[in-house]
Write a protein that binds this ligand. Structure first.
Ligand code: UTP
Length: 239
């Protein structure tokens, strides 16, 4: 099974804790040991926000801010690479083609951001599409996709499952509202829809949640299931 895991910076490195990074590396290694081809896209988290806010006050423009953000995603990616050791690519790939090439070389392919104007949510979807991944997992600080922003609306309800087209519909109004935080951004949702990518959005605070979701389909987040997808249990072949 070929899987791309998007690890939010706020999940991997809310602060710089070597044990948390090592635990993530161990979870990724468990997937590889179970026979998965694994690509990982790492986000910037709080560090990215601090750099971006500081540079914004200095007067940097949006592209410059994005480049700072990309730099922090690559720093976090290097942290994970350091914890993964020889199994991983030597350095974060700087585009999805190089990341796909690393996967072909049988490496755990780790990357951060690539180009201004997007986030690593979209990078992960493009990477998954380019390698025809069987599964795309978003390990985030949100525990799934909700019908409204759960931080703002106490009546927000979590979807157990929705289609990629429905994901786009849910994320679209959130992307218009500057205050709302979408579980995955709009570009990512559109790529998931275009490519018909089976995806899972889950709380990645505990890295073993990613292992359970990938190897057993066992999770409490949200499944994004294309209409013509194979039966949900196809990943159990790897057990
Ligand atoms: P993240 O992917 O971590 O952004 O990239 P995010 O979704 O805001 O973070 P989480 O999910 O809350 O942790 C950090 C920043 O890096 C820039 C953007 O400015 C983004 O906000 N970035 C990242 C890009 O410009 N291009 C990329 O391909 C990736």
């Amino acid at each position: 099974m070929r899987v791309v895991v998007s690890v939010g910076g706020s999940v991997l490195a809310p602060d710089l804790d070597p044990e948390r990074v090592a635990a993530y590396a161990e979870a990724i290694e468990r997937l590889a040991a179970a026979g998965c081809e694994v690509g990982v896209v790492v986000g910037g988290g709080g560090v990215a926000r601090e750099y971006i806010e500081t540079a914004r006050e200095i007067g940097a423009n949006e592209v410059e801010l994005d480049r700072l953000g990309i730099g922090t995603t690559r720093l976090n990616a290097r942290l994970l690479i350091a914890a993964l050791g020889e199994r991983a690519s030597l350095a974060p790939a700087t585009d999805t083609e190089a990341a796909a090439a690393a996967l072909r070389r049988d490496e755990v392919s780790v990357m951060g951001g690539v180009t201004p104007g997007q986030t690593t949510d979209a990078v992960a979807a493009a990477f998954a599409e380019s390698v025809d991944a069987d599964l795309l997992v978003y390990a985030t600080s949100a525990d799934g996709v909700y019908d409204a922003d759960p931080n703002a609306d106490p009546d927000a309800a979590q979807f157990a499952e929705l289609s990629p087209a429905e994901l786009v519909e849910v994320v679209l109004p959130m992307s218009r509202d500057a205050g709302a935080s979408a579980p995955v951004d709009l570009l990512a949702a559109k790529l998931i829809d275009r490519a018909g990518l089976r995806s899972i959005v889950l709380d990645g605070t505990d890295p073993s949640a990613v292992v359970d979701a990938v190897l057993r389909g066992d999770h409490t987040g949200t499944d994004v299931v294309p209409p013509d997808a194979d039966e949900p249990n196809r990943w159990t072949e790897e057990r």
